[in-house]
Every structure is written in structure tokens, then in C-alpha cells.
Design a protein around this ligand. Structure first.
Ligand SMILES: [Zn+2]
Length: 331
């Protein structure tokens, strides 16, 4: 296919120029549809399946909203608690059962007489039916088991604050759960898990976006490509990804399987990081493989966007958008 290399280049450039994670994901799918020559039907299907927070908001049923919001808040608080700079983490809280908090505590000193010297200790604290006597127990556990340094006072305050919120949240979730059929709770849990999946995907994308901007920057600015470590690293990935496999069809004809068939983008499985990265690596190398293409890959000094200078703009330094803006009088 003619100009396929340019479409591969555009896929990578559009991805790297995206303002935010979600936009990068959409640019990725649009670019892939064009570069691999998949039709409009594919694009519609792939975009429809692409998880975005907007799609989540639109699809979430009204009567699930309150419980889903509480479940997400519960996840957020749990992650906050377990990311405190501290040796204590919260493993579980069965607010509709025995109402006890299960903490895991990493030993401050390895226990060399044990089979696993780093084995965590379990500490259970009963929340009980009412009152907040339990919070004094959590504070006591902290005083006994956390390292004794001044900085830990602040950590303790934050832990106790989060724990109060967390236990109160459990009561609110329980009240809603008791007032609605069990399948509603099940449904809300699925929605909350879906939301977390989208967030996790966007974190991966944001990280990839940073990485790809740095990589493209290095390749654009490299004087001697043979010494450009970023490119050498990409080629190593390319050589692993670019494995041609043969298969035999129902008609007995042996054919080469496509590297990234349509299903790769619509029925996607596996790690989000590799899902994007492998295609981007493949696309960039396919673009750079064509002699002369590397010279056309540039970065705009004004807005820092990457662009591929077309045949009509072989000397262009700025991207098309900036080139059309007259220079500011004040500068
Ligand atoms: Zn620009």
C-alpha cells in the first residue's frame, strides 16, 4: 500500500501529541485503523469498545449511581490508607459480618527465628455496633507497632482520619445494600470495578505518553542515529514483536498471519502497556525504515508538537498550526 509508512508515522505522532491519556487512546485506535487499512466498521466497533470515563458516565444506570460512588470512595480511601508511609496496612473490613478490621503489620525487625522473617502479623480490631472506642484501639496498635519517629505522628493522624471515614463509609454502603436487592449490589460492584479498570488504563496511558514523547524527542534530536539509545531499544522490541507466523486456511492455502489483526484492537486481552507499546514500536520502525522519512520527523519549537513535514513543507521548522499563526508583536 502506498504511503503506508506515513500513516504509521502519523499514528505515532498523533499519539504522542495527545493532550491527555484518554485522547491518546482514541488517537491510537484511529491511527491504527488508518495504518492497517481497517474500514469504518472496524473503527466504529473499536471506538465503541474503548473504555472512557465519559462512556462510563453515560452508561451508568441512575439507580446505581449512589452505591457506585460510595464503592469508589471506599476503594480510594483503602488505597490512601495502604499507601501511607507506614508498616501497617488494612487488609479487610467485614462491615456486614463480625464488623472487625483486619490489619497486616510488617515486622520492624526481621524475625530470624521464623521460617519467613518478613512474615506480616495479623491484628484484628473489633469496630462493634456503635461508638468509636475502636479508634483508640487502632491508635494503640499504631503506638505499639509502628516505628517510633517524630514523623510518624502525622502518619498516625492521617491513618486515624482515614479509618474514621472508612468505617463511616462502610455503614452508608451497608444501609444502601440492605435497602436494595442483592443483585443491585452485585451490579454496582461490577460498575465500580469497570471504573477502576478505566482509571488504571489511563494511568498506564499517561505513563506511556510521557515515555513516547521522550523517545520521539531523542530520535528527532539525535545527531548520530546509530548512537541513539532510544532507537536501539525500540529495535530490540520490534525484533521480538515482528515475528511472522504462518497458518493454513480452510482452503488448504498457507498464509502469513497478520501481526495486529482487527481482533487485536477489538477483543483485546493482556497488559495495557504492551498492547499500546508494541503497536507504536512497530509503527515507528516501519516509518523510520523508509529512507528519508527520519528527516521529515520534527518537533515544533513553538508548541513542542511532533509533526511529519509533508512534500510541500520540506523546510518547515514549525508545525502546520503554528506556521499559520503570525509572529506575536509583543515578543
Ligand atoms: Zn507548533
Amino acid at each position: 500500500m502506498k504511503k503506508r509508512d506515513l500513516r504509521f508515522g502519523k499514528l505515532v505522532v498523533d499519539f504522542a501529541n495527545a493532550q491527555a491519556a484518554e485522547e491518546a487512546g482514541v488517537a491510537f485506535i484511529r491511527g491504527a485503523a488508518k495504518a492497517f487499512g481497517y474500514g469504518p466498521e472496524f473503527l466504529a466497533k473499536a471506538l465503541e469498545r474503548y473504555p472512557t470515563l465519559k462512556r462510563f458516565e453515560d452508561a451508568l444506570p441512575a439507580d446505581d449511581r449512589e452505591l457506585v460512588a460510595l464503592l469508589l470512595e471506599e476503594r480510594r480511601l483503602l488505597s490512601l490508607i495502604n499507601n501511607l508511609p507506614c508498616n501497617i496496612s488494612l487488609a479487610s473490613y467485614d462491615y456486614d459480618g463480625a464488623r472487625s478490621l483486619l490489619f497486616k503489620i510488617q515486622p520492624i525487625e526481621p524475625k530470624w527465628d521464623c521460617e519467613n522473617p518478613y512474615q506480616e502479623d495479623d491484628v484484628r480490631i473489633a469496630v462493634g455496633a456503635g461508638g468509636d472506642a475502636w479508634i483508640a484501639d487502632v491508635a494503640g496498635m499504631f503506638d505499639d507497632r509502628a516505628p517510633l519517629t517524630e514523623d510518624m505522628d502525622e502518619v498516625k493522624e492521617r491513618l486515624l482520619g482515614c479509618m474514621r471515614e472508612y468505617v463511616a463509609l462502610g455503614d452508608r454502603i451497608l444501609a444502601i445494600r440492605r435497602a436494595s436487592p442483592p443483585e443491585k449490589t452485585h451490579e454496582a460492584r461490577k460498575w465500580a470495578a469497570y471504573h477502576s479498570r478505566i482509571e488504571a488504563e489511563q494511568e498506564v496511558l499517561a505513563e506511556l505518553l510521557e515515555r513516547w514523547r521522550a523517545t520521539l524527542g531523542e530520535i528527532v534530536e539525535a545527531g548520530d542515529l546509530s548512537r541513539c539509545q532510544a532507537l536501539v531499544d525500540l529495535l530490540a522490541v520490534y525484533n521480538v514483536v515482528n515475528r511472522r507466523e504462518l497458518a493454513v486456511g480452510e482452503d488448504g492455502v498457507i498464509y502469513e498471519m497478520p501481526l495486529f489483526p482487527e481482533g487485536y484492537f477489538t477483543e483485546r486481552a493482556g497488559l495495557a502497556d504492551e498492547y499500546y507499546h508494541n503497536v507504536l514500536v512497530y509503527a515507528l520502525v516501519e516509518f523510520l525504515k523508509v529512507p528519508g522519512n527520519r528527516r521529515t520527523l520534527r518537533r515544533c519549537p513553538r508548541c513542542e508538537a511532533f509533526f511529519i513535514a509533508g512534500p510541500a513543507r520540506t523546510k518547515a521548522k514549525k508545525c502546520e498550526r503554528c506556521a499559520s499563526v503570525p509572529p506575536s508583536r509583543t515578543s
